[in-house]
Write a protein that binds this ligand. Structure first.
Ligand code: GAP
Length: 480
């Protein structure tokens, strides 16, 4: 796959809209920036990714259970978690265009331009100096770096910058119907806090012993300033997070364990490992003593899809202090109570969805036996998470073929998502199923009436073979 391929990225965005995967939110009103809706095939694909993660984390581990906490939480939660004081990004405004940039994105963009024009050493130096500035929270140095390198605003093309300032990313709203009674609350910027505040509820009711994990999938909200790149950076998105509660002192060992486990999940999806890499954090979040990103080679460059964070006892200790309620675990093995340490794995569901689309999207061209050119756009989505697993296509709309096709639908739809289609030529129907990422199509023709066999066509190779209608569901299932 080509990294930094804007054309390819644009083609994927258009394809996602045209084929019912992702639409801009409230599009009839011209959309809402960085907010998106999932269409029929998008919501199915998203559900399948969510389920894959959920099953891998909960069902496949005896010591991990799930919860589903509310989006609204007591406002003190966010004081305790540090988000009120620390959940902000250094930003800079261009005085001429009034456009606001995240400082790291602005500098990374400039480094990318240097790299494209063959000045790799200068690009690396720029990024290194940025990392140092960010790690030291040195806003003056970051501003100087932008000035020294003559970094321009892409709208005004000027270097007329404000100072670098912090900008909090949490959305707030009011609880209560009467303004005077109103209480400011936040839309959660991460799902993790719903897990932390329920740590003892879960530990006691599910009878968990350390080490154990709590998993959760749910919406999170961030007022992202630089909200572009489609569903890569959204203002409303879904996170799949797991907090693993461990004995203090064992965090290094569990951190390494979860790095390996999570990478295994990614590659078990069928996505090549060479498209992934680890990237250690230079500037650690306010709660972490070690952190690493799992990055993927998106068409827009290497980007984070998942974070693994060693969060120490930061969150539980703070909740203990702010709530006045003990957040301790009695460890019978060492006969001692302690506030557990936590390793967190946190992946964006929408970002994983984008990753799958970027991996799957292929434009293919070939020469046919008659010498003519042919082409197709195909989504090679791993079959296990494909929105539609099987398309059932009667060759004609008459002569008893739809009835047999409906019989196949009835025998398979309980097992996995099937799609019935009788409109258009068979060639057109195959192309449409390729574009939706359907791994298997079966065609019912006149021979089916005689010997109850159908033609199965494989999406990736376009090969076809005749197989028996009987046991079709089990045959398809065996392929994923
Ligand atoms: N609880 C830790 C946490 O929230 P994070 O690195 O800020 O850590 C974790 O976020 C993951 O959530 C990211 O790796 C990314 O996949 C996803 N994510 C974060 N912000 C996002 C956004 N604005 N749009 C889409 N996904 C986002």
């Amino acid at each position: 796959m080509t990294v930094n391929d804007q054309n390819r990225f644009q083609a994927i965005i258009s394809h996602a809209k045209e084929y019912g995967f992702v639409f801009p939110s409230s599009e009839i009103y011209d959309g809402l920036s960085a907010v998106y809706d999932y269409g029929p095939w998008g919501s199915e694909l998203k559900k399948n990714i969510r389920e894959s993660w959920w099953n891998a984390m909960t069902r496949m581990h005896d010591n991990i259970v799930g919860i589903d906490a509310a989006i609204f939480m007591h406002p003190t939660t966010w004081k305790a978690s540090g988000h009120v004081d620390n959940f902000s990004d250094p930003m800079i405004d261009n005085k001429d265009s009034k456009k606001r940039y995240r400082v790291d994105h602005l500098i990374e963009g400039a480094a990318e331009e240097l790299s494209k024009s063959g000045k790799q050493q200068e690009a690396d130096d720029l990024l290194r100096q940025m990392d140092e500035g960010l790690a030291a929270n040195d806003f003056t140095e970051l501003k100087n770096l932008i000035d020294r390198n003559g970094i321009k605003c892409s709208v005004s093309n000027t270097c007329n910058w404000t100072d670098v300032r912090q900008f909090n990313l949490m959305f707030s709203t009011q609880l209560g119907s009467v303004a005077e009674d109103a209480n400011e609350i936040y839309l959660r910027p991460e799902t993790a806090q719903g897990i932390f505040v329920n740590f003892l509820n879960v530990q006691k009711t599910a009878r968990m012993k350390i080490p154990f994990g709590i998993a959760q999938v749910g919406k999170a909200f961030r007022n992202e300033i630089v909200a572009r790149q489609f569903i890569f950076r959204m203002r409303e998105f879904e996170q799949m997070e797991m907090q693993y509660f461990i004995r203090p002192g064992s965090q290094k060992e569990w951190y390494e364990y979860w790095k390996t486990e999570r990478m295994k999940w990614h590659t078990a999806m069928g996505i090549p490992s060479e498209n992934y890499r680890f990237h250690d954090h230079v500037k650690l979040a306010h709660y972490a003593d070690a952190a690493v990103d799992i990055e993927y080679a998106f068409p827009i460059g290497w980007k984070e899809v998942e974070g693994i964070h060693s969060r120490t006892d930061f969150d539980l200790k703070n909740h203990q202090q702010f709530s006045g309620k003990k957040q301790q675990y009695f460890d019978p093995e060492v006969n001692q109570s302690h506030v557990p340490y936590v390793i967190e794995t946190s992946i964006g569901l929408d970002r994983m969805f984008l990753l799958v689309l970027c991996h799957a999207y292929q434009e293919e061209k070939w020469t046919k036996e008659d010498g003519n050119e042919d082409s197709r756009v195909v989504l090679k989505i791993p079959p296990a998470i494909a929105p539609i697993k099987l398309a059932v296509l009667p060759l004609l709309k008459k002569e008893g073929l739809p009835e047999i096709a409906r019989e196949i639908m009835a025998s398979c739809r309980n097992e996995f998502y099937c799609f019935y289609e009788e409109k258009d030529t068979i060639g057109k129907r195959y192309r449409r199923m390729d574009a939706l990422g359907t791994p298997f199509c079966v065609t019912v023709d006149h021979q089916t009436k005689e010997d109850r066999t159908v033609t199965i066509r494989y999406r990736d190779t376009m090969k076809q073979e005749r197989i028996s209608m009987e046991g079709l569901a089990a045959f398809i299932r065996s392929k994923f």
